[in-house]
Design a protein around this ligand. Sequence first.
Ligand code: PGA
Length: 256
Amino acid sequence: MRQKIVAGNWKMNNTNSESKLLLKKLLSYKFPPDVRVIVSPPYTQLSLISNKLKNLKIEVASQNMHYASNGAFTGEISASMLKSSGVFTTILGHSERRLYFNETNKSLNEKVKKAVNENIEIIFCIGEELDDRKSGNHFEYVKLQLEKTVFLQPIESWKKIIIAYEPIWAIGTGETASPDQVQEMHSYIRNIISENYNESLAESTCIIYGGSVKPSNAKNIFSQPDVDGGLIGGASLKSEDFAAIVKATKCQSYTA
Ligand code: PGA
């Protein structure tokens, strides 16, 4: 059985006191014990949040990481800096990083290699633009994103890789992919993991969905057989919505 994961990507939101309050509210919920709950605050709050979460059930992840160990990379953060802030998981390849900060499959491959070498777990984001979906190119698009990055890693590295399928047209737009569209893509991703490695790895890899997940649609998406949870943006900033989404992972197995 794959583990369910719900990660909140806080993006560039919340001052320190707002994040502390959000965390306090989240910690007051009783989440299902077998769901991994992760929050991903901005860099400046990683130490603060990871200190508050020591020995507690909620985990912390960063939103990005640089591929170099250290050096003249103004504004960037290294793997060892993350680890020394108590952070052992990072999101990589978010579409906003690709779009606004020119991250490419090539640079992301370097980041993936570095994270794996540093024993940092990766939530690796992939997903197509609306035009690719409309022209029926979405499977090829996603496949290429994987082939140029995580598929270049040896099988052992996959212990530390979670895939997040996030169709760009559904991020922050209020437009969600339908449960059938999500299932179709997740099952495709699982199949190509199997082709590139083996079936057992494909079966054990967690593939989560992101893109306008809300309390009202989470259950239908999470009940799809190949969906192992979600990466949540906007709705992760409201404790009651995020808590409802975490709880929506506890649904009956999918019956068509
Ligand atoms: P959203 O963001 O839930 O606001 O659409 C998801 C994400 O960017 O990870």
